[in-house]
Ligand binder design. Structure first.
Ligand SMILES: Cc1cc2nc3c(=O)[nH]c(=O)nc-3n(C[C@H](O)[C@H](O)[C@H](O)COP(=O)(O)O)c2cc1C
Length: 116
C-alpha cells in the first residue's frame, strides 16, 4: 500500500453505498492513502455503482486522496458475466477506461511533489 503511487478501486454497490470491507480498509489505513489519486471501476444493478462511488469520494477526500471524475460504470453486471470469468467489455467501457486511466496518470504525476 505504502509503495503504491495511485490506486484503482473496483467496487460494487450495496444499498446505494460501497461494501463494508472497502470502508474498513479506508479507515484502517490513513497515511498510506494520502496525496494519491484513485480511479474507479464500479458495477452493480441499475446504477452501475455510481452511488457507491459518490459515497466513497467523500471518505477519500477526508483522507487527502484525489478521486478521479472520469470512471468506468458497469450496470446490470450479472447479465454481462462470462462463463470463463470477467465481463465482455464494450466500446463504452473501453473509452471510459482509457480516459480514466489517462487522468489517473496525470494526477499521479502532479501529486508526486506532495508525496515526496
Ligand atoms: C443486498 C444487496 C443490495 C444491493 N444494492 C444495490 C444497489 O443499491 N445498487 C445497485 O446498483 N446494485 C445493488 N445490488 C446489486 C449488486 O451490486 C450486484 O449484485 C453486484 O454483483 C454485487 O457485487 P459482488 O458480486 O462483487 O458482491 C445489491 C445487491 C444486494 C445483494
Amino acid at each position: 500500500m505504502k509503495e503504491a503511487d495511485a490506486f484503482l478501486f473496483v467496487l460494487p454497490e450495496y444499498n446505494y453505498g460501497p461494501p463494508g470491507a472497502l470502508i474498513n480498509a479506508l479507515n484502517f489505513l490513513v497515511r498510506e492513502w494520502q496525496y494519491k489519486a484513485v480511479g474507479f471501476v464500479s458495477y452493480g444493478g441499475m446504477s452501475g455503482g455510481i452511488r457507491s462511488v459518490q459515497v466513497t469520494k467523500g471518505l477519500l477526500t477526508t483522507l487527502k486522496v484525489v478521486p478521479m471524475l472520469e470512471a468506468v460504470a458497469i450496470p446490470f453486471v450479472e447479465q454481462q458475466l462470462q462463463a470463463e470469468g470477467g465481463i465482455a467489455a464494450n466500446s463504452i467501457h473501453v473509452a471510459a477506461a482509457t480516459t480514466m486511466l489517462s487522468e489517473l496518470l496525470r494526477w499521479t504525476e502532479a501529486l508526486r511533489i506532495l508525496r515526496a
